[in-house]
Design a protein around this ligand. Structure first.
Ligand code: HEC
Length: 114
């Protein structure tokens, strides 16, 4: 009996510690997620997303058309266009996906200043 009681006490103590550890792990995960959203955009990743999900309708040279015919004249317009077109695909894109695609298009075609 004594040993069972000791084990039970030990067990409940462990549970508290385990719950603390889980709570800490969740907090760390949230903190890491917040930090990840601030990572610099990844143009290579954007290129592959673009080629997979956007290339079916237009090639990159659409983004080289004369500025007076382009819908993009600022980074804000570029982000806006990317988000609107992404929504048309019906596939869910994360904010990071959109940032990466915009970065790729800007580095490769628009070259708008930040
Ligand atoms: C269903 C076909 C289709 C898909 C899929 C598509 N686009 Fe487009 N996109 C177009 C058309 C058509 C235009 C030109 C619209 C116009 O000139 O009014 C365009 C224009 C754009 C422009 C503006 C170009 C400029 O300089 O004026 C951007 C930026 C763009 N698309 C990005 C994307 C991205 C990023 C994706 C993938 C997430 C994507 N598009 C997927 C059809 C598509």
């Amino acid at each position: 009996m004594i040993s069972i009681r000791a084990a039970a006490t030990g067990g409940s103590k462990m549970d508290t510690e385990t719950m603390r550890a889980i709570g800490l792990a969740i907090m760390l995960t949230l903190a890491a997620g917040g930090a990840a959203a601030q990572n610099p955009p990844d143009a290579e990743r954007g290129k592959s997303l673009y080629e997979t999900h956007c290339g079916g309708c237009h090639y990159g040279r659409l983004h080289d058309r004369p500025r007076e015919r382009s819908l993009v004249h600022s980074l804000a317009e570029l982000r806006d266009q990317v988000a609107q077109r992404a929504a048309l695909t019906g596939r869910p894109f994360t904010r990071d996906d959109l940032e990466d695609i915009a970065e790729y298009l800007n580095q490769s075609y628009y070259r708008l200043k930040k």
